[in-house]
Ligand binder design. Structure first.
Ligand code: KIV
Ligand code: ZN
Length: 395
């Protein structure tokens, strides 16, 4: 029986697919230079594997994968390939000059895909797996095989496919939730079942790859770790097909912040997360939602009086991680109609404005009136209120 418990701090491999699955997000196409800049940052940040593209898809993708493979010093560079000999040959060619190159090949395994997309029988797909994984393994040492739509695949058949892929030389087995359908409990159980039932399961690293159609991509990825997976496929800002992929920054910070219940190590320099988010948002021309966990503009911003008061007394009252840990300069206390006296006092002193108690009372009331009318109260508005108070006092 495969062991699903983990030792003190298991290393989890971070496989970033921003440049492949992320780029499949409508409108997110990146130029070669943008891809090179993202790949360099991912490598510097400590990502283990960079999936740089889908070499057969276009000459541009081939060029991007080859160039990233040539330049990347530390991370493994992967190229995607369908279970088609020409795809695999092209991916092999693209990663040929990498210090560490990987071919990532995939085929659908669910009944719905076999019947309507592949139009193949289960036995025919097993034959395809045996041939294509063997072909990939003849080209590179490091071969990942993915069972597309694994979460909607009959578990007995999925086990047969995984067994065939490992027998043919796959070193990583990825079981994607391609359509974002699984629940965390189901996803974790699938890994447990496959690892227990496939006789050669211990010869491969298992990988999670989750889409966010039900908003469960990160929760499912973490549940996959509990089921014994040790590689996570994710994208910066969670960009990807439809509702996107599991967000790298959320996974990494969840593991770091809740190390008490998830004793894993990712090797990521988390202080680079904010920079990575900004770079990818700019390159993919894809804005980050304001309330996005970890990297959204509001992730470390507080407006309510109670929260601001708490934050001024002790930052752990309302923050479970520091802004510095994700590479952000500081928390922001946003001045608005929910702000209280403590935060307003602190803002005045930040602006170098000192007021008597009477003046403070008057300016605070003016501020509350203004905040009722205006969505954002800026520093200049507060300075103007203080000037108004001083002018009235002199009349
Ligand atoms: O979502 C998916 O199944 C994929 C595969 C190509 C791994 O992106
Ligand atoms: Zn995907």
């Amino acid at each position: 029986m495969a062991n699903t418990t983990h030792s003190a701090k298991d290393r989890v491999v971070i496989f970033d697919t921003t440049l492949r699955d992320g780029e499949q997000c409508p409108g997110a196409t990146m130029t070669l230079d943008e891809k090179l800049a993202v790949a360099e940052l991912l490598d510097g940040m400590g990502v283990d594997i960079i999936e740089a593209g889908f070499p057969i898809a276009s000459n541009g993708d081939f060029e991007a994968v080859s160039e990233i493979a040539r330049r990347t010093q530390r991370a493994t560079v992967a190229g995607l390939a369908r279970a088609i000999p020409a795809d695999i040959a092209r991916a092999g060619e693209a990663v040929r000059h990498a210090q560490r190159g990987r071919i990532h090949t995939f085929v659908s395994t669910s009944a719905i895909h076999l019947a309507h997309q592949m139009r193949k029988t289960q036995d025919e797909v097993i034959e395809i797996i045996l041939k294509t994984v063997t072909q990939a393994r003849d080209l590179v040492e490091d071969v990942e095989w993915s069972a597309m739509d694994a979460t909607r695949t009959d578990i007995d058949y999925l086990c047969r496919c995984v067994e065939a892929a490992i027998r043919s030389g796959a070193t990583t087995i990825n079981l994607p939730d391609t359509v974002g359908y699984a629940t965390p409990q189901e996803y974790g159980a699938m890994f447990r079942a496959v690892r227990e039932r496939v006789p050669n399961a211990d010869k491969a690293i298992f990988s999670v790859h989750c889409h966010n159609d039900l908003g469960l991509a990160v929760a499912n990825s973490l549940a996959g770790l509990e089921g014994g997976a040790r590689q996570i496929e994710c994208t910066v800002n969670g960009i990807g097909e439809r509702a996107g992929n599991a967000a790298l920054e959320e996974i990494v910070m969840a593991i770091r912040t809740r190390a008490d219940v998830m004793p894993y190590d990712t090797g990521i320099d988390t202080t680079m997360l904010t920079r990575a988010s900004k770079l990818v948002s700019h390159a993919a021309n894809f804005p980050v939602q304001y309330n996005k966990a970890i990297v959204g503009r509001n992730a470390f911003a507080h407006e309510s009086g109670i929260h601001q008061d708490g934050m001024l007394k002790h930052s752990e009252t309302y923050e479970i991680m520091t802004p510095a840990s994700v590479g952000l300069a500081k928390t922001s206390l946003v001045m608005g109609k929910h702000s209280g006296r403590a935060a307003f006092k602190s803002k005045l002193s930040e602006l170098g404005l000192s007021l008597s108690d009477n003046q403070f009372q008057d300016v605070f009331e003016r501020f509350k009136d203004l905040a009722d009318r205006k969505k954002h109260v800026y520093d200049e508005d507060i300075e103007a209120l203080v000037d108004e108070n001083r002018a009235t006092a002199h009349d």
